[in-house]
Design a protein around this ligand. Structure first.
Ligand SMILES: [Zn+2]
Length: 136
């Protein structure tokens, strides 16, 4: 199943390509910018996530996809990489993928001329490897 952190990472990647989330209850779209502040999610991203979590993701969609954020958080879905563009996409854990990657409607993607969207750097990981290096 997709964890909350995986779904946040999934959204962060697509936000970097300009794909907004359509928020439930006609509260419009949200496209945080910047997505990151330093090595953490930006307050703009966190505000957007809070808006999504008002309905626990129900009726909130990444533009161009058919699964609500609430569905992605169910055990039936998993986050993996698109074969075409290496962006994170959601896949049903059972059965066939019927929807295309959201990159399908981005004419300009994949584009090797722009920086690839990145995940937030987990400072705990970095600290861990630093500690490992110091211990050697
Ligand atoms: Zn793709």
């Amino acid at each position: 199943m997709a964890s909350q952190e995986q779904v946040r990472n999934f959204l962060a990647h697509w936000f970097q390509l300009g794909k907004p989330v359509v928020v439930a209850e006609s509260r419009g779209e949200c496209l945080p910018s910047p997505v990151f502040q330093g090595e953490k999610y930006s307050s703009s991203f966190e505000n957007c996530w809070r808006k999504i979590m008002v309905t626990r993701g129900r009726d909130c969609y990444l533009s161009g996809t058919n699964q609500s954020i609430a569905e992605l958080l169910l055990p039936a879905w998993d986050v993996t990489d698109c074969a075409r563009c290496d962006m994170p996409i959601v896949l049903p854990t059972a059965g066939m993928m019927t929807d295309l990657c959201p990159c399908n409607d981005l004419d300009t993607w994949p584009n090797t001329d722009v920086p690839t969207p990145r995940p937030a750097v987990d400072s705990r990981d970095r600290l861990g490897s630093l500690q490992q290096r110091l211990g050697q």
